[in-house]
Design a protein around this ligand. Structure first.
Ligand code: ME8
Length: 514
């Protein structure tokens, strides 16, 4: 047997300066859907998320909260970890940058860079934004603020530098040789022109505060939070033990999923650090867009956060996951609105998919003795519907491999629409009297179509998909994509449990009162 090909996918590690909001959950849910898809597709998945716990921003937040820093980061990190159950996350590991395994890893990477003469000691004099944890040149400031709008402060202190300027040409060659390294393409072009504009050496240590990983052999310095944070991706893969089975299995990562705010760190600094240390860069960095509320980015510093668990309480987990991945073409920005959410819940989920399953399964319960009906000979229309559902995996996989979640879902909903048209055209309720054998065939074709659709719905809407598969008595070990084919079709005569709706309509409170 050939070994399953690994798929290593990561989220950013989130700052613990404040509790999670819907923006963080968006990135993590997207990675979760991808991880679930790849597992069902037979890949050996490693899905990593975690928290970024060092640096001035976090230290300041701890001081503001009046807590000891380690106790503060322990508490806030736990809030991120606690999203696992309520958001249906299946990450294989959760990394914290304050862990011993990470300190060892990032210090080893540092030593490697020093040994290769990629790091030297100098003095930094320039602007720094604590909110962005980023250095800015005078020429980048706009009206005295960072280009992101964040306040900056003047910093002048001894600092180690990474020879980033020496990596310009090698980075450009790398982007050229790996056209899919940065997606979407428009973002790739932005990065390439930024690098073409020339790179300055990067300050990679700080001396004016202590909350970070000490620089080996020079403990007056702590590492710049970004070199510390980015290294988490190799720590979790087993670095510095590059000969370990884990490292060889996982590295290079298949995908770092990030928001567009932190693309430059991932697509410029990170591959340069890695190449400089003799480590292969990741295969892809995908920068998605931002959720906004009334046109403004949802963020802690703007104070317009949406609390993920409140959203799940209100709309349901599968509903929130589906909305996030379907509403906005992945990569674009999207505005969060109650009416768009309700539109997706009542349209796509309740009317289209939920109603299809509900109609078919209750007809089977009523008219076929609650057992999978026995089909007769299939006609061309029957076969066409089954083929459409059968062909979906290839289409969806193609989209998932380039993180086009919305396109994968659109393709799936096209088949759902086809199935609904088939129900209307075949009118099995009328066949009940005129041609019960044909009714059985039609209901069988539909149930089998629902089986395939529900298997494919697991990555994005795992709860509802599982309940649908329960209702057509599909065994738990027969739900992966290897079971999509006709060899694993529903067996006529199988007893089915009583059907229940899986995608309820959302009714606004005001509406239900009137
Ligand atoms: O940047 N819309 O952490 P962070 C969409 N620690 N996604 C959003 C979002 C929004 N409105 N707001 C946040 C950091 N995100 C660093 C990362 S990685 C080695 C270190 C998501 O807590 C999005 O993925 O500020 C964004 O990149 C990330 O949260 C920033 O999280």
């Amino acid at each position: 047997m050939t070994e399953a090909k690994t798929y290593y996918v990561t989220t950013p590690i989130y700052y613990v300066n404040d509790v999670p909001h819907i923006g963080h959950v968006y990135t993590t849910v997207a990675c979760d859907a991808l991880a679930r898809f790849m597992r069902l597709d037979g890949r050996d998945v490693m899905f990593l998320t975690g928290t970024d716990e060092h640096g001035q921003k976090v230290e300041k937040a701890a001081i503001a909260a009046g807590e000891e820093t380690q106790a503060f980061v322990d508490r806030v990190s736990q809030r991120f970890r606690d999203l696992r159950g309520p958001m249906g996350l299946t990450n294989d590991d959760f990394i914290r940058t304050t862990e011993a395994r990470h300190r060892e890893s990032v210090q080893q990477l540092w030593r490697e860079l020093v040994e290769r003469d990629e790091i030297y000691l100098g003095t930094y004099a320039g602007w720094y934004s604590v909110r962005d944890e980023a250095f800015y040149a005078e020429s980048e400031l706009i009206d005295g603020l960072a280009p992101t709008g964040a306040p900056v402060e003047w910093v002048e202190e001894p600092s180690y530098f990474f020879r980033l300027s020496a990596w310009q040409e090698r980075l450009l060659t790398f982007y050229d040789a790996n056209p899919d390294f940065i997606l979407p393409e428009a973002r790739r072009n932005e990065v390439v022109s930024f690098v073409k504009g020339g790179l300055l050496d990067l300050s990679v240590s700080r001396t004016s505060f202590k909350w970070g990983v000490p620089v080996p052999d020079d403990p007056d310095h702590v590492m710049y939070v970004w070199i510390d944070a980015l290294t988490n991706y190799i720590t979790a893969a087993g670095y510095p033990d590059t000969d370990s089975t884990d490292f060889r299995r996982c590295w290079p990562a298949d995908l770092h999923m990030v928001g567009k705010d932190i693309l430059r760190f991932h697509a410029v600094y990170w591959p340069a650090f890695l190449m400089a240390a003799g480590i292969a860069p990741p295969k892809r960095v995908y920068a998605h867009g931002w959720w906004t509320k009334d046109g403004r980015k949802i963020s802690k510093s703007l104070g317009n956060v949406i609390e993920p668990l409140a959203l799940v309480d209100r709309y349901g987990l599968d509903q929130v996951r589906y909305f996030m991945l379907r509403e906005v073409p992945f990569g674009n920005d999207g505005d969060f609105s109650h009416s768009a959410m309700v539109g997706r819940i009542n349209g796509d989920l309740a009317n289209d998919f939920g109603n299809l399953a509900q109609r078919v399964l209750s007809m089977i319960a009523k008219n076929c003795g609650g057992r999978v009906p026995t089909p007769g000979v299939l006609d061309a229309g029957d076969q066409a519907l089954l083929d459409a559902a059968g062909g979906l995996l290839d289409t969806m996989r193609e989209h998932m491999l380039v993180q086009a979640f919305h396109a994968a879902l659109v393709a799936q909903w096209r088949v759902i629409a086809e199935a609904n048209r088939y129900v209307d055209a075949q009118a099995p309720w009328a066949l009940r009297k005129t041609d019960p054998d044909r009714m059985a065939t039609v209901l069988y074709v539909l149930a089998e179509t629902i089986r395939r659709l529900a298997i494919l719905a697991q990555p994005v809407t795992p709860g509802a998909a599982a309940r649908m598969l329960d209702q057509i008595a599909v065994a738990e070990d027969a739900r992966d994509f290897a079971h999509l084919g006709p060899d694993h079709a529903l067996v006529p005569g199988t007893v089915l449990p009583k059907p229940e709706g899986v995608f309820p309509r959302y009714v606004d409170e005001e509406e239900s009162v009137s």
